[in-house]
Design a protein around this ligand. Structure first.
Ligand code: ATP
Length: 683
């Protein structure tokens, strides 16, 4: 039994080398997860705490056909990962490694099967009743060579196995990396803002994590378990039939069949508990991430206890499912052991009878025992692997659903769409009768026929009361969403049908309303605006954003990770980082600023606005500002009210007109002089 344990342990060594299935340490910032979605789309819609998903699964799909489809997709994914068409060198290398690994696996099995035979010969050689006719010298020599052979075979079998693991690990790790990158790219490059705002970031990262591990697991299981087990079962039953007659072979085969059927049956039944465990584990970890991200909000409302209760609620659900999973696992393990022991007992009984009849030796009893225990290794293994395969299928299903998810709020690039070249095409921006409502609020129109123009090279401001749709204009221009009606053109080209989304976005620099920074140094965060920028260019951008003076007070200023070693940035400082990196963005003649100075004091605001204006020179700039004093010298001001543009002109024109703008200005003046009325504040 000790032999079995050690073999099982080494057989599982490649499972242990996989990333842990334990919940990962939660992170305090969604930056860690690499999901810093355009700093939440320069929006007021910041961290979304809802758990809804836009992933849909066809309900009428027949279960078994969907399983078949899943298996087919897995097969395709595995083969695509092993032999990627876009990298023939890697494909060749991986193929070579798979072939070598299979060769090592077969060699290992061949050597391994020798072990019980050598043991049998050893026992027979030591049996005095069968060695009486041999010379004393022979008795001494035979067992020593057998003993040596026995030890060397065991060591060689393990050696082949470990060598095989090492050779194949490269293929498995390659598959993990390749799959992870593909899905991550899909999530970042294909899925739209609507998806990211409606998806819990913690859950998303778990789906990625588990999906990657599943790929590796399935690869290993296919190459090292399913095929070798079939090989070993046929080999052992064949040997039993040849050496001892059909009775032992039938009992052994019956045992394998019963064992496998029992394992598959019970495992299928208990999959539901694993599924529940996964779901509740994801829910619990999602809640932890959400709760920790909202640490300040929790404290402001003294809700730490409530957060604890909510977390425990998820944990309780998880605990229940985990207990069911554990109890059913115990049943499975016990049943497997009972079936195997019955089979082993049967075969040993039949062989003992043959010893009594004189047709078998004592060594033969050791041989059948050894062969069956040998067989029990992949059998025990196949039970666990089957459970893991089931689990991997569930995990991969979730990953495939993620990979299948299509953006719901933007159309793919039109087949005739062109690369946007601002130098050749110009960058005058026009909104013509644009109607828009967010996909998640179907019945509420946000823009109701908005029309406006930002002439090339001019700086234009949009003003209006909170929620009237100003930031929505920016999101539509950046193509985070497509309007339901109307046209948006840049340089006379329709952004939806005539330009590619990526080329348009490349030409636009954005200073968002809420700045979320990567959990990296300030230097990294500014440099992010232009990965090609030199150190001097980064510093120049920092100076222009008035960041330099603030940051200089910290030791190792620019290289310190934000949030570490006492480096905490205020809202205003974060905003300056955002401005610096927008200034740094190369070849971006369109500049969008969504309240870029909302968190700054008046003096700094003034200085930064001056710098922004410098940065805006030659660019087509759209500025959203609440403080009307900052936009008075813009070339033009567009005033929005309830989803429509109600007037536009220069500051002087609009003041003279005495319309909505003049009204907003008056209210701000009153606010500043400290005499607002309640209904005015509500504006
Ligand atoms: N992703 C979204 N899904 C559904 N509704 C949204 C979404 N984003 C914004 N909204 C809603 O659309 C309306 C307009 O939002 P928008 O951010 O454009 O307003 P705004 O004029 O920029 O306001 P503020 O000045 O307060 O930033 C708001 O009522 C907002 O709640």
């Amino acid at each position: 039994m000790i032999a079995i344990r050690s073999c099982r342990a080494s057989s599982f060594s490649w499972i242990r080398s996989l990333p842990s299935r334990q919940p990962r340490r939660s992170t305090l910032s969604n930056n860690h997860l690499g999901l810093n979605y355009a700093t939440r789309a320069f929006s007021g819609t910041t961290t979304n705490t809802t758990q809804q998903s836009t992933v849909t699964k066809p309900e009428d799909e027949d279960q078994s056909s969907s399983e078949r489809t899943l298996q087919w997709r897995i097969w395709k994914t595995l083969s695509k990962n092993i032999t990627p068409t876009d990298d023939p060198e890697r494909a060749k290398e991986n193929k070579r490694r798979v072939v070598i690994s299979l060769g090592l696996m077969v060699a290992g099995k061949a050597v391994n099967i020798q072990v019980p035979y050598l043991f049998k010969h050893l026992v027979d050689a030591l049996d005095v009743t069968t060695t009486t006719t041999t010379t004393t010298g022979d008795v001494a020599i035979v067992p020593i060579s057998l003993l040596l052979g026995y030890g060397m075979s065991r060591a060689a079998a393990v050696g082949f196995q470990e060598f095989r693991n090492a050779v194949f690990a490269v293929v498995a790790q390659d598959a993990i990396r390749h799959t992870g990158r593909t899905v991550f790219d899909h999530v970042h490059q294909q899925l739209d803002l609507q998806f990211h705002l409606s998806r819990n970031t913690g859950q998303l990262s778990r789906i990625l994590d588990r999906g990657q591990r599943s790929i590796s697991f399935l690869l290993n299981a296919a190459v090292f378990n399913v095929i070798p087990t079939l090989l070993e079962v046929s080999l052992v039953t064949g040997l039993l039939a040849y050496q001892f007659g059909s009775a032992q072979a039938i009992v052994a085969l019956g045992t394998v069949t019963a064992y496998t059927a029992f394992t598959v049956g019970v495992t299928s039944w208990r999959t539901q508990f694993r599924r529940d465990m996964n779901r509740l584990e994801s829910q619990a970890s999602g809640r932890v991430v959400d709760s920790l991200l909202n640490y300040e909000t929790v404290q402001y409302f003294n809700n730490a206890k409530r957060e604890g209760e909510r977390y425990e609620e998820s944990l309780r659900g998880y605990q229940k499912a985990a207990l069911q999973a554990q109890t059913s696992l115990s049943l499975l393990n016990f049943g497997q052991a009972a079936i195997f022991s019955a089979g082993l007992g049967g075969v040993m009984y039949l062989t003992s009878q043959q010893i009594v009849d004189g047709t078998a030796s004592v060594g033969d009893l050791v041989l059948v025992n050894g062969l069956l225990f040998q067989l029990s290794i992949p059998l025990f293994f196949i039970g666990s692997v089957y459970r893991e395969i089931k689990q991997s299928l569930i995990d991969m299903e979730a990953m495939f659903q993620l990979a299948d998810t299509k953006p719901s709020s933007i159309a793919p690039d039109h087949e005739n769409a062109r690369e946007y070249n601002p130098l050749q095409m110009g960058h005058t921006i026009r909104f013509e009768n644009v109607h828009f409502q967010y996909p998640s609020s179907q019945d509420r129109a946000i823009l109701k026929g908005a029309t406006l123009e930002i002439p090339q090279g001019k700086t234009v401001a949009i003003v209006g009361s909170s929620g009237c749709g100003k930031s929505t204009i920016l999101r539509l221009l950046y193509r985070f969403y497509d309007p339901q009606q109307g046209n948006i053109t840049v340089g006379g080209y329709n952004v939806q049908t005539e330009l590619t989304r990526a080329s348009l976005q490349k030409a636009i620099a954005v200073v968002p309303q809420d700045t979320v920074l990567f959990h990296e140094s300030i230097y990294y965060n500014i440099h992010y605006g232009n990965l090609e920028a030199t150190h001097e260019q980064v510093m120049e951008a920092a100076r222009k954003a008035h960041l330099h003076e603030t940051i200089m007070q910290f030791p190792n200023q620019y290289d310190t990770i934000v949030g570490e070693r006492g480096l905490k940035l205020s809202g205003g400082e974060k905003q300056r980082v955002a401005i610096a990196r927008a200034i740094l963005k190369p070849n971006a003649p369109i500049l969008l600023c969504d309240e870029p100075t909302s968190s700054l004091d008046s003096q700094t605001e003034w200085d930064i606005m001056e710098n922004l204006k410098q940065a805006a020179e030659g660019r087509t700039t759209l500025l959203i500002a609440h403080r009307l004093s900052t936009i008075q010298d813009c070339d033009e001001i567009w005033v929005m009210h309830e989803g429509q543009v109600v007037e536009h002109g220069t500051h002087t024109d609009l003041v003279q007109k005495g319309g909505r703008y003049a009204e907003l200005l008056q209210m701000q003046d009153k606010l500043l002089s400290g005499e607002p009325r309640k209904e005015e504040l509500d504006l």
